[in-house]
Write a protein of this length. Sequence first.
Length: 607
Amino acid sequence: MTAVAIPGLDTPPTTHSRVLSWVREVAELTTPDRVVWVDGSDEEAARINAELVESGTFVPLKGKKNSFWAASDPEDVARVEERTFICSERPEDAGPTNNWMHPDEMTATMSELYRGCMRGRTMYVIPFCMGPLDADDPKLGVEITDFAYVVASMRVMTRVGTPALAKFVDADGTEREFVPALHSVGAPLDAGQDDVAWPCSTTKYITHFPESRTIWSYGSGYGGNSLLGKKCYSLRIASVMARDEGWLAEHMLILKLISPEEKSYYVAAAFPSACGKTNLAMLQPTIPGWRVETVGDDIAWMRFGEDGRLYAVNPEFGFFGVAPGTSHKTNPVAMKTIDEGNSVFTNVALTDDGDVWWEGMSKETPAHLTDWKGRDWTPESDEPAAHPNSRFCTPIAQCPSLAPEWDDPKGVPISAILFGGRRATTVPLVNEARDWAHGVFMGATMSSEKTAAAAGKVGEVRRDPMAMLPFLGYNAADYFQHWLNIGANADAAKLPKVFYVNWFRRGDDKRFLWPGFGENARVLKWVVERIEGTAGAQETPIGMVPSAADLDIEGLSEPAEDIDASLAVDAAEWRQEIPLIDEWFDKIGDVPAPLRAELETLRSRLG
Ligand SMILES: Nc1nc2c(ncn2[C@@H]2O[C@H](COP(=O)(O)OP(=O)(O)OP(=O)(O)O)[C@@H](O)[C@H]2O)c(=O)[nH]1
Ligand SMILES: O=C([O-])CC(=O)C(=O)O
Ligand SMILES: [Mn+2]
């Protein structure tokens, strides 16, 4: 076959043979008008941003330096879990929580969709590295995309371009492995056809091939579906790598808590999407003398260090945060991070003076806005001005609370793991696991109300094990066993202690019982005191729970009844959880025996 001549295809900045052959193969299948190899430079970013302004995808903001507003297609606003697939050879390797199709069938189906899908468009080739570039075993990838918005966003979220590409071929010529990640909006252009500001397709596939460590995404430009280094690579594919190599790839923030005595503790916490990871990672403690620094807000890769402790690395380079609810009061660190500029805002509202706004940002609501659908908006409008899953995309380096060691390839040693969800009832503010297996049980059975981060009905309670339900690249039962193995292979004294938290319990009138945000530092303080053995706890059927007297609640303005109610363990409520956990375990099937035993212990303790 004669090679097709596509401008840019034949001037690659690498000699990596598989990169070259794969890029050519994709270009021949998708037939873009031109190929651009992304170098990650500032000049390139300025050019791409200008192109995005030209095409109407970006509106430059007047209120923030080098920052842009984008509005998606109204049907392309969140992750699409129904259209997300794990295409392992055997269905049982995807397991009962994932959509599955045989890789051959999916490859055939999607190849037909990809055929000619970049016609009239530019194909961008983005070399990237998840995690520090100077890691011993840098986790590399190449994303191919036909959407410049993805290039602009990947540059913020991920280490991209020339520095990453330099890692693909060693000094001695050895070519490293990389994850090929193909993305198309699925909207080819005919000659003379005008483009739209947010091209996408009604047909969507977010596909992972765990055995070949490959990602194919089609039809959506929304971050979680299109920034393939993030959830697709760093969780779904990386969880499979982690299973095979004995580490953990988790949906967790990483923070550093510094006590008044200047002792540092690193905490990792898994909460489902839109349940408070970014906020906790940037927490500003309300209690005197305590400080928090940020290491990561969404993903943690954890491996044992030589000293037998579990060390966590944040593989990302930016924050892709939920905008609504973010304010100088709730999350000043996020506000300061975005005020530095260099950010992309998607599906928020636009103020008349060219800045951004969303529900919960300020006490006063502006009298007039342009809403995320581009319509005039006033406080009388019936719909929110910003989409509930609107997002800011901003460089981590701009974060004023960033821990200096955030990009240390060695990672940070984790003292505590928190699991948490959004539950209006039943689940107390904090609950300490008796041991590792009990902690794994807490993670494996945790539940949360669905949020706007994924398409579908908001508010329904579902089990979301370790906040990984939408992000697990393999069978959930095997994943639980992997977590148990991590504990079994470790020195128990060096394992992080495990806790289960819930900031979202409500009173009769639906108010939150616990004030949350900066006040969550009080819970972190208790966690640290439990590690040090200095704080009390009550033994309950579900674990070790503090009473109000065990917590530092000095200066809290909430009524004592609310604090007590946030901590209450109601056996009757918990007995109602048991059939739901039974049902969940039946769905999982091969639940490891130690977790079945934990369930029986819980059942008998509840009586
Ligand atoms: N009541 C209450 N709300 C909170 C708390 N922490 C966060 N929230 C709200 O929960 C929503 C989501 O918070 P985030 O921190 O963005 O959640 P996330 O887990 O990072 O979400 P993803 O980025 O989608 O994974 C925001 O509207 C926050 O304002 C808290 O402690 N209490
Ligand atoms: O992946 C996304 O689209 C955004 C995100 O962080 C999540 O949903 O957890
Ligand atoms: Mn977040």
